[in-house]
Design a protein around this ligand. Structure first.
Ligand code: C5P
Length: 417
């Protein structure tokens, strides 16, 4: 199970959206998470605690001053137990209480006691959502590092139309499970803002497109030209970007690596297909990372029939492929664009030349054709260049290298924006 034993504390407060929290519990359990539910008194008026108990497999906590419950697992213990605390639905009242440090029930007390990443999925009438008091409370919560899963717009239970409907359980489940299991998994504390989310009350994730893997350029129905890229670096970048809070689209050539969960994954084969997929998905893209080893040339003709081995020599005529990275960077308002350069010699000179010629914001260069690192390996080292700076990332596992590169990209992205 992908998220086995991820400990999720679900705080359910009193609104009609409580019924959706049942579905959220089911979805989290389906992903392998261990879910414990805490309810406010008014939440229990909408749905019986027994329903949450049946779905979560644990008795539900709702009393702050209950000796029996405190003996079983006290509120401090519950707060310590959780990897993530999500309040869904979070009412205007609970948001106001936690913003101001009130702790008069179990949910709001747990908010103060928990040190793990915290999410709120508000649900309320659209006028209550828009009220300056609610918006001010959300701003305060943002300064506490709380992650907002923004409510959606649409018809509300009260019959009116507007923003305030709780996000769908699938959206909340996805958001919550993208949090690293432990603070030190990703090097920053859960309450801090994730680096790849736009600041503001509604912390929307940055949209990142990553290309990965090798393209295949068909010669005939059974043969193709390709290269030695495994796709491991691009996939590791996708995971690292997701853990940093980004919304990731991974556009990949054929690889032997399973795509990360919860990212928008598009499989392609040729450079032209990759080019089309990138341009079809570019809308609202904040950062583009071209980690794919795109074939520079493709056979000019690809027949329907297998090429026969009659002639002693044959000649292949190749046509240059579109340069996806350069075309993205050449847009009128391009995303923050990061390229890769694999070089056998004069690494800095060639990498900097590419940075300028392709009008990139950043380029990550690595040596190839040497003993360690590079294609098909689990480790690599990078020299990263931008117009007025550079940084070396030492040889390490690609997952760790990806984490370091994503951190550097987010720093440069915010320095530019
Ligand atoms: O020019 P060169 O191929 O060495 O540049 C490498 C960088 O350009 C990589 O980031 C690669 O993903 C990207 N690229 C591309 N489309 C191509 C060729 C390379 O996006 N046709």
């Amino acid at each position: 199970m992908p998220f086995s034993n991820r400990k999720i504390l679900l705080g359910v407060t009193g609104g009609i959206a409580v019924y959706k929290a049942l579905e959220l519990t089911r979805l989290l359990k389906k992903q392998g998470a261990d879910v414990r539910v805490v309810m406010t008194k008014s939440a229990t008026a909408f749905v019986q605690p027994l329903s949450f108990q049946a779905l979560s497999g644990h008795s539900v906590h709702f009393e702050l001053l209950d000796t029996e419950a405190e003996n079983a697992m006290g509120h401090i213990e519950l707060a310590r137990w959780a990897d993530v605390f999500v309040m869904a639905p979070a009412t205007a009242n609970t948001l106001a209480k936690i913003a101001h440090g009130l702790a008069d029930d179990l949910v709001s007390t747990l908010y103060l006691a928990a040190t793990c990443p915290i999410y709120v999925a508000p649900a309320m009438n659209h006028a209550m959502w828009k009220h300056p008091a609610t918006q001010a409370n959300l701003k305060i919560l943002q300064t506490h590092g709380v992650n907002l899963i923004a409510p959606e717009s649409g018809e509300q239970a009260c019959g009116e139309i507007g923003v305030g409907r709780m996000a769908e359980p699938e959206t909340i489940c996805r958001g919550v499970l993208q949090t690293p299991a432990h603070e030190d998994d990703f090097g920053y504390t859960g309450r801090c803002n994730l680096p790849l989310q736009k600041s503001g009350v509604c912390k929307t994730p940055l949209r990142i497109i990553i290309t990965a893997g090798a393209t295949r350029e068909p010669l005939d129905p059974v043969r193709y030209l390709t290269n030695r890229s495994s796709g491991k670096m691009g996939y590791a970048l996708a995971v690292a970007a997701q853990k940093s809070g980004a919304n990731v689209t991974l556009i990949s050539g054929v690889t032997h690596t399973a795509p990360p969960l919860n990212c928008h994954f598009i499989q392609v084969e040729t450079a032209e297909q990759m080019h089309t997929a990138v341009f079809e998905n570019l809308e609202n893209c904040d950062i583009f990372i071209g980690a794919a080893a795109v074939a520079d040339y493709r056979p000019i003709v690809c027949g329907d029939e297998k090429i026969k081995k009659n002639a002693e020599q044959i000649t292949l005529t190749l046509q240059k492929n579109p340069d996806i990275l350069a075309n993205v960077a050449a847009l009128d308002s391009p995303p923050f664009t990061v390229g890769f350069a694999a070089e056998t010699h004069e690494l800095e000179r060639y990498a900097r030349e590419k940075l300028t010629r392709k009008k990139l914001n950043m380029i990550a260069a690595n040596w190839v054709g040497r003993d360690e690192g590079g294609f098909e390996r689990d480790e690599n080292a990078l020299e990263v260049f931008w117009r007025d700076g550079q940084q070396s990332l030492a040889m390490t596992e690609k997952s760790e290298l990806a984490r370091q590169l994503i951190t550097l990209i987010s720093e440069r992205y915010y320095a530019k924006n």
